[in-house]
Design a protein around this ligand. Sequence first.
Ligand code: TXA
Ligand code: MG
Length: 326
Amino acid sequence: MIKAATHESIQEAAEMIKSGGVVAFPTETVYGLGANALDGQAVAKIFAAKNRPSINPIIIHVSSREDAQKYVEVDARAKGLMAAFWPGPLTMILPRKAGGGVSELVSAGLDTIAIRMPNHPVALELIRCAGVPIAAPSANASGEPSATTPRHVMDSLGQRIPMILAGGACSVGLESTVLDLSGDVPVIVRAGAITAQDLEEYLGDVSYDFGNHDKPKSPGQLLKHYAPSIPVRLNAVDVEEGEGLLAFGSTKFMGVKTGGFANQWGDAKFKNLSEGGDLIEAAANLFTMLRDLDNAENKGIAVMNIPDVGIGIAINDRLKRAAQGR
Ligand code: TXA
Ligand code: MG
């Protein structure tokens, strides 16, 4: 059931979390499917609802920097980043703190825990009311594009979860940047709105490892992700028969192989991530537009080139995985 987020409905959701249930809730990145991170049976319900492989660990969400120290070992680097970027779309992978009580299921047996403090009033109030850290992956069935509106959550998981707290569309629209701080060299294992450049101000050199090899740093890198049910074709310079178009920037010269111009099509076949070529706007629209174009009128989705700079790196990462299919 979708419920508008109010103090009452947030309180109700917090009670459900406390008593071992799962609830979907908004964050600034994407909707999360939350459960008490200290309760293994509750966390197991997340894996079941999403059909998530049990090897894939889950991020825990806290409502303050101080609370983070209860569950993970916070070194000077992490402390600096928390001061600079929390609340916000930065997840840090840190050593699990002995006695912190986070369920082993959350970290899928690893000795690290991924943690963040979301920048969304509903998420923060929910965590505070529940009084426990909330384990939450994106609120979509495993493999699908992440949910950035209550409607997406409903379409994807509505039959499997009791409650969706609705707080509008997510402002960032892409999952958080995941930074592995468990070793000496900081490594970005998932690109997001906070870029390597942003982090380098605080850390010196930061490297990337998106796991396109056989020893990935983050189990999630192994898995198929973000994929619509129809094929996605990248860097399209024209549109082939049967395809819909996901555009970026000017579409003046975007021809259709069978004749005509894609920008004269209706809404079911043509979407523009950002007419003005703004990457932040494009990120916020990405998952919604991929879902919208995944309809009966299209046999596939052609996607125009997106510049590989700033948050464009994160957009391209998601698109490449989407293009690998389900
Ligand atoms: O923005 C976000 O991060 C959203 C919202 C709800 O906070 N959550 C999200 O969770 O995207 P999820 O489960 O869809 O992605 C978490 C990623 C996965 O790729 C997982 O493998 C990785 O983080 N991860 C989690 N814990 C880890 C750990 N201890 N070590 C390495 N990777 C980890
Ligand atoms: Mg996910």
